[in-house]
Design a protein around this ligand. Structure first.
Ligand code: GLY
Length: 322
């Protein structure tokens, strides 16, 4: 089973089942003229992506059609070598990203709490991507109306598509979404939960998770109810200084016993002769509940101060865009 589905396979699935996603076309030197015509029909900005690996330089966002057409010619002419022998042209989506999760038994599904993660290392969403620096669930901008659209336009047709294509899939579906002018669109699918979203999604599920998974396995999801905690959960990741680039391990972690009132998830830690020491880039996630995301975050930040290790780093602006 592929864990991540965001290329041509997922695009064809979404096209077949009429699921909203960025418009997309794939072109090579042989189909250059079609590519130029495809660009002419787009509304800028236009995203050109070298289909291969181009050292992080292969995605260009162009503000006008002529410029985009010139770039397409250059890319297919070898601008990035083999990496741009195929170029994907994608509509630019301007909006706010969020993650929706469902569990399916192949026919029925249950929707889990919505969340948003913060992937960049730096505050204000700057710098390199990480495995996730924090997450919040639920989100003030995801109201009932937006979730209704997510369910009708994305979740239902996806689960129906899975059944229709006889994919025989039982488990979690991660919908990586973006809200564009109030309308949800799919960026990617994953056949798993997300990290660090899980650290805020699971704490809000009051029902027994094992029973939920057993019901999915037995094809009986329609027989179970899922009870959700109304409170907000927020998580903040403590990471090793230097991460996501080079970082040191083996630093003693102090203050864990003082960090009360939060759930402490150990990610990159291990025990060493009676101490708990750092053993990875993402070290500990601190999840707290609150009446709203600010209250939940305040609690996590309080405990983030109490837990100490040399070169500890964390983002102090989780939720800045909400
Ligand atoms: N947080 C994004 C992911 O798990 O893929």
């Amino acid at each position: 089973m592929v864990l991540n589905w965001k290329g041509a396979i997922s695009k064809s699935f979404m096209e077949e089942f009429n699921i909203p996603t960025a418009n997309y076309g794939e072109f090579t030197a042989e189909t250059l003229d079609e590519g130029l015509a495809y660009i002419a029909k787009q509304t800028p900005p236009i995203v050109l992506k070298a289909d291969g690996l181009a050292a992080g330089k292969g995605v260009l966002i162009l503000d006008n059609i002529l410029e985009a057409q010139e770039e397409l010619k250059d890319m297919l002419g070898g601008k990035f070598g083999d990496a741009s022998s195929t170029v994907v042209i994608e509509e630019f989506l301007d909006g706010i990203e969020f993650s929706v999760f469902a569990i399916t038994d192949g026919n029925d599904y249950k929707i889990l709490p919505v969340a948003k993660d913060y992937k960049r290392i730096g505050e204000g969403d700057q710098g390199l991507n990480t495995g996730g620096m924090g997450a919040i669930s639920p989100l003030p901008f995801v109201d009932d109306e937006l979730m209704r659209k997510v369910e009708e336009r994305i979740i239902k047709p996806t689960i129906e598509g899975i059944a229709n294509r006889e994919l025989d899939y039982i488990g979690f579906v991660f919908f990586g979404l973006i809200c564009v002018n109030g309308d949800p669109m799919v960026i990617e699918y994953n056949c798993r939960m997300g990290d660090p979203e899980t650290e805020v999604v699971f704490p809000r599920i009051k029902s027994d998770l094992v029973e939920l998974m057993q019901a999915a396995y037995k094809g009986k999801l329609n027989e179970v109810e899922i009870e959700i905690d109304e409170r907000t959960a927020a998580t903040v990741f403590l990471v090793s200084g230097g991460y996501p680039e080079a970082y040191e391990k083996g630093k003693i972690i102090y203050g864990l016993e003082q960090a009360l009132g939060s759930l402490i998830f150990h990610a990159g830690t291990k025990s060493d002769q009676g101490d708990i020491i750092t053993n990875g880039g993402r070290v500990i996630a601190i999840t707290s509940y609150g009446a709203d995301f600010k209250e939940a975050l305040n609690k996590s930040y309080e405990n983030a101060e109490l837990i100490e290790f040399t070169k500890k780093n964390y983002r102090r602006d989780i939720g800045f865009d909400l």
